[in-house]
Design a protein around this ligand. Sequence first.
Ligand code: URP
Ligand code: ZN
Ligand code: ZN
Ligand code: ZN
Length: 484
Amino acid sequence: AGYDLAVRGGQVATGFGTTRCDIGVKDGRIVAIAERITDAARAIEADGLLVLPGGVDSHCHIEEPQPGGGANEETFATASAAAFAGGTTSVVCFIPQWKGHGVWERYVDYRARAARGMLDHSFHQIISDPTDAVMEQEVPRVVAEGVRSLKVFLTYEPLHLDDAQYLRVLTKARELGCLVTVHCENYAAINWRTAELLKHGMAAPKYHAWARPPVVEREATHRAIALAELVDQPIQVFHVSCAEAAEEIARAQARGVKVWGETCPQYVTLTAADIDRPGFEGAKFMCSPAPRTREEHARIWEMIRRGTLDVISSDHCAFSYEGDRGKRQNGADAVFRDIPNGIPGFAARLPIIFSEGVSKGRISLDDFVRLTSTNPARLMGLAPRKGMIAVGADADLALWDPAKKVTLTNALMQHAVDYTPYEGMEVTGWPVATIRRGEVVMRDGKVQAEPGTGRFLPRGPYDLIRPRGITPDGFDPAPPPAVR
Ligand code: URP
Ligand code: ZN
Ligand code: ZN
Ligand code: ZN
């Protein structure tokens, strides 16, 4: 047989149109796209199904220790199962840095941890302590290994950077040819509001949202972009939750600044009413930025349609509600400040965006493919190997039943944590099989991949994130290398 595998008779959605065709796979890669492929050792009949490029989740937290204590329960093995269950085949997750520590040791540690999973993976290197030794010696080494994005937090104790530190990271990223990804919320404003709320006895989970209204996100988004524009360093703004922050991105894009915006399923589904559920249940919806309103969801969809927000990731960052440490880690009497931030979303990401987006007519199928797979792969320098159905690309596919109606439950999510914030949500459209490098790793909900089969995806320099070579007045204290 000429091919190891043929996927036959499906509607193949490339993000640039959909046609009925067959896909031939050899040695884990797509080697033929043709009207009919018969010469294969094994065939999967995909009649009536969509064939999508496997999802690329470019923002997710796996096995990460948390600044406030505790750790993500998701291991690379459980994360892989959850991702495959939801049609996702590759991820970009995080290597942490703690203040007072370097990054090289953590990089080595995370390579080993990730190698135990089944997902193809790359990393963002978090920078929380940009000292001379870290920035001049360790970061260049980690980047040379293929970690081509640096992640910074403008809030969170003890991760946040001040403006001077952020400028230092931007400058080094420019020199090394990296993307910078940014969590944009104003640290001092949140601390001030938090202290005032707690002083007034307003400590329940819902006040998490009161401590960080849209204005603190808008301000930090504006500042993150302005400083990146000053340095001439491309950035991606993570988890945009509100139109006023997205508008800052749109304005900068209109000036030609290289800034991209990401959003997540929670910002088009969850609301302040969820985080205000009775008892301590609101803690299940504790993420930053906080869930907003139905009106804001409609505005986020509009920003997606305009292309201002062009990546939808999960920001999967999971803590069990009950579990060993009980009621979201610090007990059901914890004040909102002490409940760790983050919600699970690996397996829910594609079904929710397909259902709320494509099935409900808010976006096209092409948009869906680009938002959840092609765009994150391109922005992270993983395309065309990932995020595309093309000859030469890895054979990462999701076989999708566009008509299947499913009620989301925690069991369907296949992650390690004991709840999903989307319990009971009805979706139309569901992955019936996931194929990673030509291997069927999920079929009808059954994950069947060997731990240890996930591959590291080193990322070399790429054009999309090359600085523009434009500073406000032409003064460029650290010009990027001319040839990459
Ligand atoms: O609440 C969130 N999003 N937690 C995960 C870490 C982050 O801020 O992305
Ligand atoms: Zn601090
Ligand atoms: Zn964040
Ligand atoms: Zn995150």
